[in-house]
Design a binder for this molecule. Structure first.
Ligand code: AP5
Length: 216
């Protein structure tokens, strides 16, 4: 199965993709994670992407589509793919069709996480993760049980994304409205878009997505 999780910054794409990976053994293909890894490793792609990401703008279509193509090639044809944060432009949607065709895959569902944008700034600016295991926390909604110690691995080292400032989040949302939301009709025409309430509790969002997947 191949699915796209579509929604603005903070809609819960990464959260839900992680849960689907756990429950279904699918593979999460997050272009944001791939780009952050490239920035950290100071690869040529990372050096090109760093400033663009810090401004909250979109990295070039060619770069992200090449990353997706390479990941699909490496992951074997029988593993399902969850596209998280890709495609984000009409050109990327077109490239994804070509890439999927090349790898003998078809898109089964585009799941749109419908959210209230005003609540998202709070979700994003309050989040932080364990620097060691990546477990996610939030200043208001999910603090570690023992202050300053990761529940999962015991590390005391936490980090925040440099693009999670309010100003950058607003730019990321504007980019979503201008360039990503307009690609929805491409998939609506194919009858594969399902809208899920992304403002519900995390477990309820997962249940709604599971229902969509079971309807295939
Ligand atoms: P990317 O990493 O893709 O970031 P994003 O789309 O802005 O999405 P986020 O990761 O911020 O949010 P999310 O929807 O995954 O929400 P999450 O689950 O974390 O992209 C970053 C940058 O990379 C871009 O700005 C761009 O520069 C570049 N880039 C990436 N892909 C690109 C592409 N294809 N083309 C060009 N450039 C690209 O949840 C957020 C918080 O909310 C968490 O704290 C979570 O615990 C909480 N939460 C989640 N769901 C719920 C819920 N239901 N109720 C309460 N809290 C919730």
């Amino acid at each position: 199965m191949n699915i796209i999780l579509l929604g603005p910054p903070g809609a819960g794409k990464g959260t839900q993709a992680n849960l689907l990976v756990e429950h279904h053994g699918m593979r999460q293909l997050s272009t944001g994670d791939m780009l952050r890894a490239a920035v950290k490793a100071e690869t040529p792609v990372g050096l090109q992407a760093k400033a663009v990401m810090e401004r909250g703008e979109l990295v070039s279509d060619e770069i992200v589509s090449a990353l997706i193509d390479a990941e699909l090639l490496a992951m074997g044809e029988h593993v399902g793919a969850i596209f998280d944060g890709y495609p984000r432009t009409a050109a990327q949607a077109h490239s994804l069709d070509e890439i999927l065709g090349k790898h003998g895959r078809e898109l089964d569902h585009v799941i749109e996480l419908a959210v209230d944008e005003d609540a998202l700034v709070d979700r994003i600016t309050g989040r932080f993760t364990c620097a060691k295991c990546g477990e996610g926390y939030h200043d208001r909604y999910k603090q570690p049980e023992v202050a300053g110690v990761c529940d999962k691995c015991g590390s005391t080292d936490f980090k925040r994304r440099p693009d999670d400032t309010e100003e950058t989040v607003r730019t990321r949302m504007a980019e979503y409205r201008a360039k990503t939301a307009p690609i929805l009709p491409i998939y609506e025409e194919r009858g594969i878009v399902q809208r899920v309430d992304g403002m519900a509790a995390i477990g309820d969002v997962t249940s709604a997505i599971e229902k969509v997947l079971a309807s295939a």
